[in-house]
Design a binder for this molecule. Structure first.
Ligand code: UT7
Length: 348
């Protein structure tokens, strides 16, 4: 007789959304504020991106601090602090080593749980959801805290107006629990992808083994201090973001068996309102079904989708029973989508 598989997932077992919590640091930086220190204007930022303000953490506040605040709220929303895995998506970890997730778990009182970081830049949250759902489906975990948290203000080059005006800091978290695939809140599948040949489009060139190793070679030039900062080639990123998010969203809709016109809310990565509208157009969805909160928080990378979800729930837009499609695109380059019927939860 064959031995049973240790991690066989029971039929119909799925990851179900049980809680949602978010946090943004209190300091608001408006477009006007930025125009005082760099060659930009409120008009340029608003018309090119849709952003009017963002939140930046004060010096001394790190990604882990925002993650703990959002994590606490998500656990409260779920009505239980029992989780057996913490997945933290971030581009701005507290340290290059170790991962930020174990310390966040410990500070949340989740002693000894499995905890790891995911680095998929702005796609980090949807990658985190897929990773958590996989752990639940495999029977590795019963309840998972998935957090997207960022302090991009720590890696923005103050001399680079093309990136400094776009990004904001914040954190969003959800609790996923094991449940049934037919329940409201069940994640209905995942579409994930990457194209590493485009890695230079979104990059922090310095601080990793490639530059350190190159710098150690005899006669190597001094690294450029700007290499410590985030850089992005906006125009090609815009094009790829639209194409990939539209294709990934469509793949997810096909998997869920949802016609585009049946989707109540498209919650895309909040990079640029023009990108969100272009994706909606390609999918054949009305633009007013697109959730937009980037006007108030900017592009918060891995935190952007949970922050947008929370904003739409608080505004009474997303309500229980609504069909919600999520999709993201980010550095790597990476992309991904998932979908669910919104459950009846108390979001914080
Ligand atoms: O989160 C990961 C995914 N990220 C994204 O999806 C971002 C995708 N890219 C974008 O959203 C847009 O490409 C940006 C918002 C980054 C830039 O908008 P754009 O319409 O592509 O502008 P551009 O880069 O082509 O720049 C147009 C002009 C340039 O001047 P010239 O060469 O026409 O004289 C820029 O130098 O605007 C200038 N510019 C600015 N002017 C005022 C660039 N940044 C600024 C600024 N303020 N902050």
């Amino acid at each position: 007789m064959e031995a049973p598989l240790t991690h066989a997932s029971p039929p119909g077992r799925a990851a179900v959304l049980a809680g949602l919590g978010t946090y943004v640091p209190p300091r608001v930086v408006t477009n006007e504020d930025l125009s005082l220190t760099m060659d930009t204007s409120d008009e340029w930022i608003r018309t090119r991106t849709g952003i009017t303000q963002r939140h930046w953490a004060d010096p001394g506040t790190a990604t882990g601090d925002l993650a703990v605040a959002a994590g606490e709220r998500a656990l409260k929303s779920a009505g239980s602090d029992a989780v057996d895995l913490v997945v933290l998506a971030t581009t701005t970890p507290d340290h290059p080593c170790p991962a930020t997730a174990p310390e966040v778990a410990s500070r949340l009182g989740l002693q000894n749980v499995a905890a790891y970081d995911i680095a998929a830049v702005c796609s980090g949250f949807v990658y985190g959801l897929a990773s958590a759902a996989g752990a639940i489906a495999a029977g590795i975990a019963e309840r998972v805290l998935v957090i997207g948290a960022e302090t991009y203000s720590t890696i923005l080059n103050p001399d680079d107006r093309t990136t400094s005006v776009i990004f904001g800091d914040g954190a969003g978290a959800v609790v996923l629990r094991a449940g049934d695939a037919t329940e409201p809140g069940a994640l209905l599948g995942h579409d994930l992808g990457s194209d590493g040949s485009l890695k230079d489009l979104i990059i922090v060139p310095g601080g990793g083994s490639r530059q350190r190793s190159a710098a150690a070679a005899p006669g190597a030039p001094e690294p450029d201090p700007a290499d410590a900062y985030f850089s992005m080639q906006g125009k090609p990123v815009f094009r790829h973001a639209v194409t990939r998010m539209a294709a990934s969203s469509q793949a997810m809709l096909d998997r869920a068996g949802w016609p585009a016109e049946s989707v109540d809310w498209f919650v895309g990565h909040q990079a640029n309102v023009r990108i969100l509208h272009a994706v909606a157009d390609q999918l054949g969805m009305p633009r007013d079904r697109t959730v937009v909160n980037l006007d108030r928080v900017g592009n918060t990378s891995a935190a952007s989708i949970p922050l947008a979800l929370s904003d739409a729930v608080a505004a009474g837009r997303i309500t229980p029973g609504d069909r919600v499609l999520m999709s993201a695109f980010g550095g790597g380059v990476t992309w991904g989508s998932t979908a669910l019927v919104w459950p009846d939860i108390d979001a914080n």
